[in-house]
Design a protein around this ligand. Structure first.
Ligand code: GRF
Length: 199
């Protein structure tokens, strides 16, 4: 078995793509299982998706700790307890503390909703990425899965998938297309490649 711990903050559509692939797709064939889902946000819909799939989930919210170092220690403790082969950031909006990056070299991956190095780095997350792509007027955008290093969206790229920008796209419409046609395909595929040592 190849075990993953998935970190989430929001709707969890990327988590759902992983769950679906484990239930009957590439990740099932690759022998992948989810050890734990960790959210930094109480009430994140991703937690509902984990519960429905019978996956252990917990919340480590910065609001529950007196300061940043104690929150970061609690987050690392939860990850360490799950002892995963791979940590997957699936729409996780917290910058991963250096102590975690150092403890898990080449064992943390992230999905970013653009073709890195475009529209990435500090301040580029969620809809903001698609707003920037539309205001720049790019005709093609997409998504990237990369290893997480000390920077923001700067680690080695594993997979990318391009998506056309259509006439009249709003940030919301473009985000949905990038999620459906790119993110939800390349994130499970990247996990399968790592689980079978093919990345
Ligand atoms: C979306 O903006 C997605 O592009 C990015 O994180 C956000 C939430 O994704 N990866 P999810 O639905 O919570 O997986």
């Amino acid at each position: 078995m190849f075990s993953i711990t998935v970190l989430v903050s929001g709707g969890g559509t990327n988590l759902q793509a992983i769950i679906d692939s484990i239930e009957g797709g590439e990740l099932k064939d690759a022998g992948v299982s989810i050890k734990k889902v960790i959210s930094n946000k109480e009430g994140a819909f991703a937690l509902e998706r984990a519960k429905k799939a019978g996956v252990e989930a917990c919340v480590v919210s910065p609001k529950a700790y007196p300061d940043r170092p104690s929150f970061e220690k609690a987050l690392k403790d939860e990850i360490d307890k799950s002892a995963p082969d791979l940590i997957v950031l699936a729409g996780f909006l917290v910058v991963i503390p250096e102590a975690i990056v150092r403890a898990y070299p080449k064992k943390i991956i992230n999905i970013h909703p653009s073709l890195i190095p475009s529209f990435c780095g500090k301040g580029f997350y969620g809809l903001k990425v698609h707003e920037a792509a539309l205001s720049r007027g790019v005709k093609v955008t997409g998504a990237t899965v990369h290893f997480v290093d000390e920077g923001t969206d700067t680690g080695p790229i594993i997979l990318q998938k391009a998506v056309n920008v259509e006439e009249g796209d709003t940030p919301e419409i473009l985000q949905q297309r990038v999620m459906k046609e790119a993110e939800h395909i390349i994130l499970p595929h990247a996990i399968a490649l790592l689980a079978t040592n093919k990345a």
